[in-house]
Design a protein around this ligand. Structure first.
Ligand SMILES: CC(C)(COP(=O)(O)OP(=O)(O)OC[C@H]1O[C@@H](n2cnc3c(N)ncnc32)[C@H](O)[C@@H]1OP(=O)(O)O)[C@@H](O)C(=O)NCCC(=O)NCCS
Length: 194
């Protein structure tokens, strides 16, 4: 299931209704299609995205950088695909992975408008968090949501994340500094990286 390749790590997991796969350089079209289709829907929940998110050419450059980060083990960007692996239903990014005495990262996620409210993000995150804990040996996964993003808050609670604090004007979302609730999940069965 897990393998490594000179071009970068390759990870492909399956859940009941999806294929969860690490992005690679040939995914530019699929990702551009996802961001173009969901541009208005995602706008209130995300940083301002420049136009290049909606074009394969913009993603080609970005995927080069992501691939480099994945090779270095500091970030893992997953796509949630339909079982035939043609269309992106959502994305999950584990970023800023720090080792030392921390072994921690952040998680960010979004689901396309037509896939909301079916339990798909919960299904994907259950598998991906298990992968990050068991294979990448991450001890702490942090996630932050705006207080009015009830869906995201509910999802994190259902996954076992606990509230750790509240940060004023924490992230620039949709062009405004927005307060966030700070959440984290730690792994009591953590083992040091091999
Ligand atoms: C946050 C977000 C990923 C949550 O997606 P979601 O589909 O609501 O999340 P889940 O996978 O947990 O699904 C739960 C919903 O599916 C419903 N559901 C249907 N079938 C289900 C099943 N088999 N299992 C679980 N839930 C199911 C639940 O009742 C629940 O609906 P409700 O919120 O109306 O009660 C999504 O709303 C999103 O993409 N938002 C925009 C981007 C964003 O906010 N990102 C996070 C920034 S912090």
């Amino acid at each position: 299931m897990f393998g490594y390749h000179s071009a970068g790590p390759k990870v492909r997991l399956t859940s009941d209704r999806m294929v969860l796969r690490l992005v690679y350089e040939r995914d530019a079209h699929r990702l551009a299609e996802y961001y173009a289709e969901n541009r208005e829907f995602l706008k209130p929940w995300e940083p301002v995205r420049d136009e290049s998110h909606c074009y394969p050419s913009g993603w080609q450059a970005r995927l080069g950088l992501i691939n480099e980060m994945q090779k270095q083990g500091v970030a893992y960007y997953f796509m949630l695909l339909d079982p035939e692996e043609n269309h992106v239903r959502g994305v999950v990014n584990f970023s800023h992975l720090l080792r030392g005495s921390f072994h921690a990262c952040y998680v960010g996620y979004s689901l396309g408008e037509k896939w909301q409210g079916q339990g798909l993000m919960y299904e994907a995150l259950q598998s991906l968090i298990r992968y990050m804990q068991r294979q990448q040996r991450v001890h702490r996964i942090m996630a932050n949501y705006m207080p009015h993003n009830h869906r995201s808050g509910k999802l994190l609670e259902r996954l076992g994340f606990e509230r750790e604090g509240y940060a004023k004007d924490y992230l620039m979302i949709d062009g405004k500094w927005q307060d966030h609730v700070l959440m984290a999940l730690t792994d009591p069965q953590w083992l040091p990286p091999r």
